[in-house]
Design a protein around this ligand. Sequence first.
Ligand code: ADP
Ligand code: MG
Length: 271
Amino acid sequence: MTDADLVETVELPLTVHGLETRGVSAWFGERKVLDRVSLVMPAGEVTALIGPSGCGKSTYLRILNRMHEMVRGAGLAGQVLLAGEDVYAPGRLPAKVRRRIGMVFQRPNPFPAMSVYDNVAAGLKLAGIKVGKAERDDLVETSLQQAGLWAEVRDRLRSPGGALSGGQQQRLCIARSLAVSPDVLLMDEPCSALDPTSTRRVEETIELLRGRLTIVIVTHNMQQAQRVSQSCAFFLASHDTPGRIVEHGSTEDLFERPRDQRTADYVAGRF
Ligand code: ADP
Ligand code: MG
């Protein structure tokens, strides 16, 4: 396959699906940690979730792709809709949901001893997708392209994933998620463990992916939220109130014209 062929493949129009929650509340045992969170994460856009530690952002992400229920004592109310369909509908398998809604974590977690190629192919294997060698080669290459990593690793496909830099490892994890063509990619502070240059590379990858799938990113970096997202939700909790959305809207409005004083204080770094 030539590079020109590949660009054609990458640019094929896709159906992009959005995500929405309606009145989502969450508990750990008796303790309520999220309170009636309703949010639309538009198809093909990047939605940033911001707010202080402990306000329930990671819990919210885990609810979106049905990882929350794997946590002991976890409770849940409300609805999660992917392309208008209930992600928690009876009979819907959590593993199938996770195939459509991928997740990337703060610490890049490639299989360190496994080759770059096998790390991406592992995305297919974990999802139970069986393909022939030629198709697998194509999928690995396309995923690495989409993750903005291909040029850096095309000659190192047999090197161990653990030999890549931190930023490359994070993009490798993104490629692994992309291998199964998810509708949504959830990113939980994907750059918190990275240096500024690697952070930039990951942001460029997010920019590459925009429009191709729906992205939800948790970040503590206000500049990053402004650089990568089109809409933004500000979460807040206190010692006696569970996490809630204080304000959400276009990223520009939230940062330039916050309606709530607490949002204004938070985005200005005042707490
Ligand atoms: P954030 O990502 O915004 O920092 P989290 O979603 O991690 O917030 O946590 C929200 C609240 O839920 C916190 O008070 C945290 O201590 C609590 N929490 C998170 N995970 C668990 C768990 N597995 N068991 C019990 N409490 C938890
Ligand atoms: Mg968190």
